[in-house]
Write a protein that binds this ligand. Structure first.
Ligand code: GDP
Length: 217
């Protein structure tokens, strides 16, 4: 009997464990429902519908993800650039299967995606690929780990890779000093960045236990 060659996964990341997975999903649904009722949001609903005066039902617009994770490295079964090096990295091997706390510091919504921004610890950053941000045009200059997020939902026909790009887009606007309209909410302060881009900076970060592992799908 011959052992098969060890295959590189589709992606590595922190996978939210129970009950954190459910807790984050519930908070995200609450946020999206509340956002939908705000006058400030309704005023800009054309960003989502393409038509003035037409309201959007965000719960219909998005399809929620079932099992939440924060991708570190998209390896594409070894086909992605740097996939082999990442798989062989000793820090990656050492941390495989370890549990840590993810700190969710913001929720964001665009016409394409809903996500949560993750603030990584120094130790977690060791697992973050060096080129995760620099490989994205327009994101150069943003700190290492800026792209870290959990995809909560995507609109029809939108792939999950879009969530991190939407986050970087908002962070680049923030860096340029764009503040946008501000709405104070119970959960924190909500900012509008134009073109359907909203971010809620959480007053209290949400803590979620997660296991560093990989997915083969
Ligand atoms: P799912 O819908 O969340 O299960 O996501 P997919 O199967 O589309 O992708 C799995 C994970 O890999 C998701 O977290 C995606 O954000 C991420 N991903 C997919 N494609 C890419 C890519 O081209 N680059 C990066 N960095 N991540 C990707």
């Amino acid at each position: 009997l011959q052992l098969e060659e060890v295959k590189i996964p589709l992606f590595y990341g922190w996978f939210l464990m129970s009950p954190a997975n459910e807790k984050v999903k519930c908070s995200a649904i609450d946020f999206v429902k509340t956002l939908d009722t705000l006058e400030a949001f309704k005023k800009h609903s054309a960003d989502f519908t393409g038509k003035a005066e037409k309201e959007v039902d965000l719960e219909q617009h998005f399809k929620a993800k079932a099992s939440l994770h924060c991708t570190t490295k998209f390896s594409n079964y070894g086909k992605a650039e740097g996939a082999k090096e990442y798989a062989q990295n000793l820090v990656v091997k050492d941390h495989f299967g370890s549990v840590s706390e993810l700190s969710l510091i913001a929720f964001f919504v665009t016409p394409r995606t809903v996500g949560a921004r993750v603030s990584l610890t120094k130790e977690q950053l060791q697992l973050w690929p060096v080129d995760a941000e620099s490989s994205v045009p327009g994101a150069t200059g943003l700190p290492h780990g800026s792209r870290a997020h959990v995809t909560l939902a995507c609109a029809a026909g939108v792939e999950a890779v879009q969530t991190g790009l939407d986050l970087l887009d908002i962070l680049a606007l923030q860096k340029d000093g764009q503040q946008g309209e501000l709405v104070e909410m119970e959960l924190g302060s909500l900012s509008y960045y134009g073109e359907g881009r909203w971010m809620l900076a959480l007053r209290e970060p949400i803590c979620a236990s997660a296991c560093f592992s990989s997915s083969y799908k």
